[in-house]
Design a binder for this molecule. Structure first.
Ligand SMILES: NC(=O)c1ccc[n+]([C@@H]2O[C@H](COP(=O)([O-])OP(=O)(O)OC[C@H]3O[C@@H](n4cnc5c(N)ncnc54)[C@H](OP(=O)(O)O)[C@@H]3O)[C@@H](O)[C@H]2O)c1
Length: 287
């Protein structure tokens, strides 16, 4: 565990030598103008990473918000497309051709020219669909449609299956639910031992434990909000959190963590809150 501090300027290095932001905005369960506004507020606050998916039906809204921001007077840092990191995900694993077409559709939908990180959203569909869909991701990377390939909701057995298939590309990322109330140590340890970056979704535990007494006490101690405490806990574990909010103030608040360093003993206390709290779906044991 590192004791350095984290912020929207934090960059992490992946197993393919490429880098990405250390904190991204999640846009799950947002749509239309709500997504558009959240992404623009986030860009104004300094976010450079955005986590969308085919299943969220907001790839276009997210892409448009980014494109419009880059062209607008609000782009005071003169950012270009290359400064932004955009993620999307394949809704369902299937045969190679279907997956390949679906990735191309996502690239068109976002209007950003390419996708920085493309994930298989879940391991559902069985071994053959997983491996064929992964081959489609590899070819999309080779074709320049996608820069980085990864997976999501993969348990250790799915990761082993992919690694043992001798893929042309190793998954750079596994995006899974992680927060102090669901630490998923077995999966995160396997990822870290194998050079796979853990992206933590629902890093705020979907706001279900903001009033937990340990969270409240430690937030007081570090003079931060419960959300900032949980984002910092994720970063200090070496994970990349994707906090979601549609509120301008919270978007800024959630990543404003550069003055916070959680002491080792308090990290352990937070680790001890694990209760396998699942806030959404839980495909990590899928056959
Ligand atoms: N790969 C997957 O299967 C998967 C699954 C789930 C999520 N994800 C990704 O991970 C992202 C984050 O996960 P999530 O959206 O499920 O949960 P989350 O980020 O843990 O929590 C979001 C919830 O917390 C509230 N919130 C945000 N900031 C707050 C603050 N400072 N104080 C109090 N409440 C606050 C939000 O409400 P307001 O919007 O009203 O602020 C929203 O209800 C998603 O958006 C998505 O990009 C991926």
């Amino acid at each position: 565990m590192s004791q350095k501090t984290y912020s929207l300027a934090t960059i992490v290095k992946l197993n393919n030598g490429l880098t990405m932001p250390g904190i991204h905005l999640g846009v799950y369960l947002t749509s239309g103008n709500e997504t558009y506004k959240a992404v623009q507020w986030a860009l104004e606050s300094g976010y450079r990473g955005f986590d969308s998916a085919q299943m969220y039906h907001n790839e276009r809204d997210t892409g448009n918000a980014i494109t419009d921001f880059l062209k607008s007077p609000k782009n005071t840092s003169k950012l270009s497309r290359e400064d932004i990191h955009y993620t999307s995900k394949l809704a369902s694993n299937s045969d190679y051709e279907t997956a390949r077409k679906s990735i191309k559709k996502s690239v068109r939908e976002c209007g950003l020219g390419y996708i920085d990180l493309f994930l298989l959203h879940s391991p559902y569909g069985g071994k053959r669909a997983r491996l064929e869909s992964w081959r489609a991701v590899e070819d999309a990377v080779e074709a320049g449609e996608v820069k980085i390939g990864g997976v999501s909701n993969y348990g250790v057995k799915h990761l082993k299956e992919l690694l043992e298939s001798k893929p042309r590309l190793l998954p750079a990322v596994n995006q899974i639910e992680v927060h102090p109330f669901n630490t998923r140590t077995e999966i995160t340890s396997f990822c870290q031992q194998n050079g796979i970056m853990v992206e933590s979704y629902a890093p705020l535990a979907r706001a279900l434990r903001m009033k937990h007494p340990v969270i409240v006490d430690l937030s007081r101690k570090y003079q931060c909000t419960p959300a900032q405490l949980m984002v910092t806990w994720n970063c200090q574990h070496g994970f990349v959190p994707l906090p979601k909010s549609t509120k301008k103030e919270r978007i800024a608040e959630n990543a404003d963590i550069s003055r916070i360093t959680i002491e080792e003993s308090d990290m352990k206390t937070l680790d001890g809150l694990d209760e396998y709290l699942v806030t959404d779906w839980d495909p990590v044991d899928a056959p």
